[in-house]
Design a protein around this ligand. Structure first.
Ligand code: HEM
Ligand code: HEM
Length: 230
């Protein structure tokens, strides 16, 4: 069978849509599906932190997987997904924010400079949350991918002392918690809380930019499309 001749319509980066002549495709499926998996996964992990450990860990792994894929996609993915196309210095981000209220800030087809900085900050902090969660799981239960590097401390200490306590009952009788475990718990909580702060700012930023540029950025993150350049 013969290959169809390439046409403009096959260009996935700037695809003109017949029904909406000025609409261009900006966010590819990796970015869009990844975004909503991140948002849903983070929220699920947060809400199941105490009661439901398996769901918490599963949601956390989902988020971690999306972050890894998104970072790789940032190097090899579609145009607007690439870090090289949107990452700029902090000056650009603050300049954009300063001009937002006065209407001086320009609209971007991809991430605006503040959205770009937020994207990087969120990916780092969500990654930190997931890694510290895995470290905590290893220190507490001796489970997960980091269990190779981090042992549940109670086990090691008791082995040295010749204790007969079973593996998994890794709780120190006096402090109620092992030092490493406590440290990882602190770090995990710190990352979670800082990420929550960023998420709050992220949502405020999305609303502010949507109002300033009179476009629905949330819808764009669902459909992948924005109106053409202006
Ligand atoms: C309901 C709440 C949320 C809404 C409405 C929302 C909306 C958006 C929108 C509109 C963008 C594109 C911004 C732009 O045009 O520059 C975006 C990007 C992003 N958001 Fe959210 N977001 C939400 C929650 C979250 C949460 C909870 C997280 C993290 C756990 C998150 C992480 C990100 C990331 C990493 C990006 C960058 C996308 C990429 O380049 O891959 N968002 N979000
Ligand atoms: C990425 C999203 C995640 C969020 C939002 C999150 C959030 C939380 C929160 C709020 C706590 C309670 C902290 C405390 O009570 O001191 C917690 C505990 C914990 N998290 Fe996560 N976490 C995430 C990912 C992970 C991952 C990927 C793992 C492991 C694979 C993990 C393992 C744990 C463990 C073992 C605990 C201690 C539970 C307990 O002993 O009560 N978390 N997490």
């Amino acid at each position: 069978m013969r290959e169809p001749a390439p046409t403009d319509a096959n260009n996935s980066e700037v695809q003109i849509v017949a029904a909406e002549p000025r609409s261009v495709k900006v966010w590819d499926p990796v970015v869009r599906i990844g975004h909503w998996l991140l948002a849903g996964g983070f929220l699920t992990a947060y809400l199941t932190a105490e009661e439901n450990q398996p769901i918490h860990v599963l949601a956390g792994y989902t988020v971690a997987t999306v972050v890894v894929l998104r970072i790789l996609w940032g190097f090899v993915g579609a145009k607007h997904a690439r870090f090289a196309s949107f990452v700029r210095g902090p000056g650009a981000a603050f300049g954009y924010l300063a001009g937002l209220a006065s209407g001086k800030s320009k609209r971007s087809i991809g991430h605006n400079p503040a959205g770009a900085a937020m994207t990087v900050a969120l990916l780092i902090c969500i990654g930190g949350t997931a890694i510290s969660g895995m470290a905590l799981l290893a220190a507490e239960e001796g489970e997960g991918p980091l269990a190779v590097f981090i042992t549940a401390e109670g086990e090691g200490a008791r082995a040295v002392e010749g204790s007969v306590e079973e593996r998994g009952l890794a709780e120190d009788a006096e402090t109620g918690e092992e030092g490493g475990e406590e440290m990882f718990e602190e770090v995990h909580e710190l990352f979670v809380n800082f990420t929550l702060l960023l998420i709050g700012l992220h949502i405020v930023g999305v609303i502010a930019s949507s109002l300033a540029h009179r476009e629905n950025l949330v819808r764009a993150m669902i459909t992948g499309r924005k109106r053409g350049g202006d």
